[in-house]
Design a protein around this ligand. Sequence first.
Ligand code: HEM
Length: 154
Amino acid sequence: MNLQLLFWAASLVNLAVLCGVALFGVRYARRGEIARHRHAMKISSWLVVAFLGAYLLKVGVIGREDQSVWSNLDVWVLRIHELFVLFMIGGGAVAWIQGRKLALTQIVTHDPSDPTPDAKIVLTHRVAGRTAVISSVFALVLAIGIFAGMVARG
Ligand code: HEM
């Protein structure tokens, strides 16, 4: 296996793990286990940051892929995958910012003397969070296709 393939195999595992952890995070939120929800989303976010760091390092050390030998379809699948990655990062960032605003409210502390959360913030958080998690799953499905193409080209 060449170095590029090894890097993308590790990245695929990273993306699969972060999707799995985020899906557990959604389950925790639905059960009202917000401390666990927050913890799971923190781990997923760090896995995104780790990938971005590793990707920059990879581009610097072994360079970019030679897309001139890719089929048109493969290039399109890559572009759509990248779009989902952008939605994942954007949605995740908005969910973090809005989630922090919920941290000291009843919905998280379960203390009736704490303020009730602003319904708009709860909704924005939920929509942004769902956008991020759903995008990560689509990004993973497309990444499997992209990786299969790389393996086939050798
Ligand atoms: C600062 C950290 C966070 C806190 C305190 C927090 C808190 C919460 C709370 C209280 C809910 C329940 C709201 C409701 O009643 O619907 C919730 C739901 C949700 N959160 Fe977070 N959250 C955090 C970070 C994140 C992040 C980073 C993401 C995604 C990347 C995320 C994704 C979601 C999703 C998808 C739901 C909706 C689950 C569902 O009902 O389908 N959260 N969060």
